[in-house]
Design a protein around this ligand. Structure first.
Ligand code: SF4
Ligand code: SF4
Length: 217
């Protein structure tokens, strides 16, 4: 019959409309902010920096790769220096302008040191559009436990990889130290086996005069 499909469709719509008032699984909205849905693990908003033990020792080595790759160029890094002006492998300042950041996640993708990750935090409204949304290193740094809490799958995988790399580095250092020790011992043994070529001189024996010059013969 003409129009039966439309009627069937409207019936489904009406059924869903009525059920949405009493069937819990059909309630698609919640009373935010009193109620909140748990964020999905892969949800991403703005980036944060990670530290392992102390905030003074972030994983970031100030290589500047993320700043160069950031599409809207909203990352600014200044490398730290020691008292002699020698560059250190950590940032003195690390700013991300959240008013420009477009949540693309490129910084996380390109960082070779697993030092920057996308956060779940989204309630970041501020009165000052520019200065308040320019996040400095003290606001960006978060402990690795935070990463484990929001993204346990990625955090566990990355922790395992870092541990593997650390163990490999340790094993290589131990191997190099053992090789250096073996080389030093071999050199010492060789030196002790070389015969003493100095002529033996008996006590009280006068020293032999040197050969006279050729014309004096
Ligand atoms: S966050 Fe990563 S890519 Fe960016 S400067 Fe630090 S170490 Fe380099
Ligand atoms: S998420 Fe994208 S836009 Fe934001 S800081 Fe990282 S690279 Fe830049």
């Amino acid at each position: 019959m003409f129009g039966i499909g439309v009627l069937k469709g409207m019936a489904v719509t009406f059924k869903n409309f009525v059920e949405s008032y009493y069937k819990k699984e059909r309630l698609t909205t919640i009373e935010y902010p009193e109620k909140r849905l748990a964020e999905k693990e892969r949800f991403r908003n703005f980036p944060f920096l990670i530290f392992d033990e102390k905030p003074e020792d972030p994983r970031c080595v100030a290589c500047d790769i993320c700043a160069k790759e950031c599409p809207p160029q909203c990352i600014t890094i200044v490398r730290a220096q020691d008292a002699q002006g020698k560059p250190l492998k950590k940032p003195a300042t690390f700013d991300i302008d959240y008013s420009i950041c477009m949540n693309c996640g490129v910084c996380e993708e390109v960082c070779p040191f697993d030092a920057i990750f996308m956060d779940h935090e989204f309630e970041l409204a501020e009165y000052g559009r520019f200065e308040d949304l320019n996040y400095t290193i003290d606001r960006l740094l978060k402990p690795k436990e935070h990463f484990m809490k929001i993204r346990p799958t990625d955090a566990t995988r990355i922790e395992a990889e870092l541990k593997k790399k650390e163990n490999a580095k340790k094993a290589a250092a131990e191997k190099a130290a053992a090789a250096a020790k073996a080389k030093a011992e071999a050199a010492k043994t060789q030196a002790s086996q070389v015969p003493d070529t100095k002529p033996e001189t008996k006590p009280n024996e006068p020293a032999q005069p040197a050969d006279p010059p050729a014309e004096a013969k």
